[in-house]
Design a protein around this ligand. Structure first.
Ligand code: AHR
Length: 657
């Protein structure tokens, strides 16, 4: 659709022009519906697609502690560099010794390639830091940010010198301000003349301008994009990475807290999970760890939902019982869950509360939820989950426990797991559905018939995977919006929902579609991002009944999906409507239960619309964006509008003050 047609469609939506017989949509505000949980629309973070190192975590140096299995991965070494392994950080013992190169015309130097390059922006400050000690006499280091492709006099875009003193290991820092923006730069560290010997460990380069200005910080544009969705819940640290390819590589939160220099490296299973997209340099530094995740939740006002291993290595890749922890040996895993709750909520006299406090956060993080296991299935799972539930209930009766319904959204295994989650008393069941267009078109009534007596629903991972495309094209986002009317209508049973995956580096992805894409300098919000944000920004406080011909609007023959909520915080009510057809739909909203004196006189209409195959890209990031306009409402109880073809619309009715 060209821009003129799109503007015309938007204009029709705004003016309420109508040509054909209208579809009557009945909305009843008389009876207060179920509360919409504050956690309803949230985010799910997994370190997949270089989401942590190389993504949200602002560190620019790959393999900063020389702990990769091949210790110089990411580094180019020149001159005389030795690797040693009795450094100052016991869980990251390796370090390098720079020695004279042996000839006045040779150099001893290190160069780091970063994640798809070391990027920097003109005029911004970058903090270089290193733990170092000189051996006998002071040693001088020259630190350079370089653009290897620069064809001027020098590659160096910024440089600084540091003098390292003999004696104990110390942290040295230098600020660099590049004069040019470079996407695929490098960091170089030279041993200068007169040469001395010097030991270096944990070589780091961070922008000063991180989100909230934190030294061990997050990339600004990406963290801000998360914050802007006002998420109600934040699930972390991931799905499959919680399990690991084997138990040794499962995510262990205790390895990700305390000083960053001493957080051990973990293999990231996504480096080889898909051999057709193989990333042998994909590891987890732990720099973005559980403290940082909890802090991010606090900053965003999102309820933290950490997930821990239930003692099962990824069940897809481990059939034999011997790959998993025997039920009788689960205690250390159960302790990890209990200690995590203490880390988040315990006072500063407790062992793990003190760790949190020593990291700069004496106040508790207010953890209310914990996930036990990711996408687990079968009796293998339920027999292990049971002792976790027992122990957590005993120690922390108020913590809400999230169980699993496996990888599929229906079928024998799914039914078995729902039965078991109910029997075991899980508070929520995590459902996952990466499904094609047809599934999303047909599933807006999914939760209408769910039992109201068992656990609540957490739609923990979902996305519309368009047939043969698997891209973030608009039609997929539109169908997600249509499906989500069913989440909203069933807010009495659906307590939280999170799209997945969240992040992807354009040069390092393993799984798509994803919600936010980026390269080293730019990021782009997909149409799916905008759908999530529109729901979150307009979640209201209580559901309101919305019907067409006495039934919920779930697509059917009309292609119209709709739901309504009221927002008791400001007296407004909100209608969400999705037209998945190629023709406009005339709507007549008939509203019951409006209170005299509180009649809305204003409607804010926000529409999201594009061609089926269109998508936002790094080069064209704002092709698809919500368009908003406010207009006066004369007759709120009986109001007409046209919902254009292929459009998600949010109508927010309010009374002007
Ligand atoms: O989101 C990608 C993966 O999909 C998750 O790690 C896993 O839980 C699911 O299979």
């Amino acid at each position: 659709m060209n821009i003129t047609t799109r503007m015309l469609a938007a204009a029709i939506a705004f003016t309420g022009l109508s040509a054909t017989a209208a579809t009557t949509v009945d909305i009843d505000l008389g009876k207060k519906g179920a509360p919409v949980a504050p956690t309803m629309y949230g985010l799910f973070f997994e370190d997949i697609n270089y989401a942590a190192d190389g993504g949200l975590y602002a560190e620019k140096i790959k393999n900063r502690s020389f702990e990769f299995p091949q210790p110089f991965t990411g580094w180019t070494v020149a001159g005389n560099v030795e690797l040693l392994d009795n450094g100052p950080f016991e869980r990251n013992p390796h370090f390098v010794r720079l020695k004279p190169a042996g000839h006045p015309h040779k150099h001893t130097a290190l160069e780091n390639e970063g994640y798809f390059g070391v990027s920097f922006e003109a005029g911004k400050q970058y903090r270089f830091s290193v733990w170092a000690r000189a051996l006998e006499s002071p040693a001088k280091l020259r630190i350079e940010l370089v653009d290897p492709a620069a064809d001027g006099e020098t590659h160096a875009i910024a440089q600084q010198e540091i003098t390292v003193m003999p004696g104990e290991w110390q942290k040295y820092t230098a600020l660099l301000t590049p004069g040019a923006t470079v996407e695929k730069g490098r960091l170089r560290v030279f041993l200068c003349r007169p040469e001395s010997e010097v030991d270096l460990e944990h070589i780091s380069l961070m922008p000063v301008d991180t989100w909230k200005g934190r030294e061990n910080g997050l990339r600004n544009d990406l963290a801000q994009a998360l914050y802007d969705t006002h998420p109600g819940v934040f699930r972390f640290p991931g799905g499959c990475i919680v399990e690991g390819t084997d138990l040794a590589t499962r995510y262990q939160w205790k390895n990700t807290v305390g000083p960053v220099e001493n957080r051990p490296l973990n293999e990231n299973r996504w480096h080889y999970t898909f051999a057709h997209r193989f990333y042998p340099d994909y590891y987890q530094s732990g720099g973005l760890g559980f403290f940082e995740f909890f802090q991010l939740c606090e900053d965003m006002g999102a309820a933290p939902l950490p997930v821990v291993s239930v003692g099962l290595a990824c069940q897809y890749q481990n059939n034999a019982d011997s790959c998993h922890v025997p039920v009788d040996d689960l205690q250390p895993y159960i302790d990890d869950a209990l200690d995590l709750i203490q880390f988040a909520n315990g006072d500063t006299t407790t062992v793990w509360g003190k760790v949190r406090s020593d990291m700069g956060h004496p106040a508790p993080f207010g953890l209310k939820y914990i996930g036990i296991g990711n996408e687990q299935w079968g009796e293998e799972f339920t027999v292990r989950l049971q002792p976790f539930i027992k122990a957590i209930r005993k120690a922390y009766p108020d913590i809400r426990i999230v169980g699993s319904s496996g990888p599929a959204p229906d079928g024998k295994d799914f039914d078995y797991l729902w039965g078991e989650m109910t029997r075991l008393g899980a508070d929520l069941v995590d459902e996952h559905f990466y499904r094609p267009e047809s599934w999303f078109i047909a599933s807006a009534d999914r939760y209408d018939s769910y039992s109201r007596k068992g656990p609540k629903v957490f739609a923990g991972e979902y996305a519309c995977h368009g047939a043969g495309k698997k891209r973030n094209h608009f039609n997929a986002a539109l169908l997600e919006a249509a499906f989500m009317t069913g989440l909203e209508r069933n807010a009495d049973i659906v307590e939280m929902a999170t799209y997945a995956p969240l992040f992807a580096h354009v040069e390092g992805w393993q799984w798509r579609p994803d919600m936010i894409w980026y390269d080293n300098l730019r990021s782009v919000k997909t149409a799916s991002y905008h759908v999530q944000k529109l729901y979150s920004d307009n979640k209201g406080t209580h559901t309101a009944t919305l019907t067409v011909d006495g039934k919920p609007a779930t697509g059917g023959d009309t292609g119209l999906y709709a739901s309504a909520v009221r927002d008791d915080s400001d007296g407004s009510y909100i209608v969400k409507a999705v037209n998945i057809t190629g023709e406009p739909i005339d709507l007549n909203l008939k509203v019951k239960g409006l209170k005299k004196g509180k009649m809305p006189d204003t409607v804010t209409i926000t529409t999201l619309h594009a061609g089926d195959d269109e998508e936002n890209t790094l080069d064209n990031p704002r092709l698809i964006e919500p368009q908003t306009r406010t207009m006066t409402v004369d007759a709120a109880a009986d109001w007409n509008t046209v919902l254009p073809a292929k459009t998600f619309a949010v109508y927010r009715f309010s009374k002007s003050k």
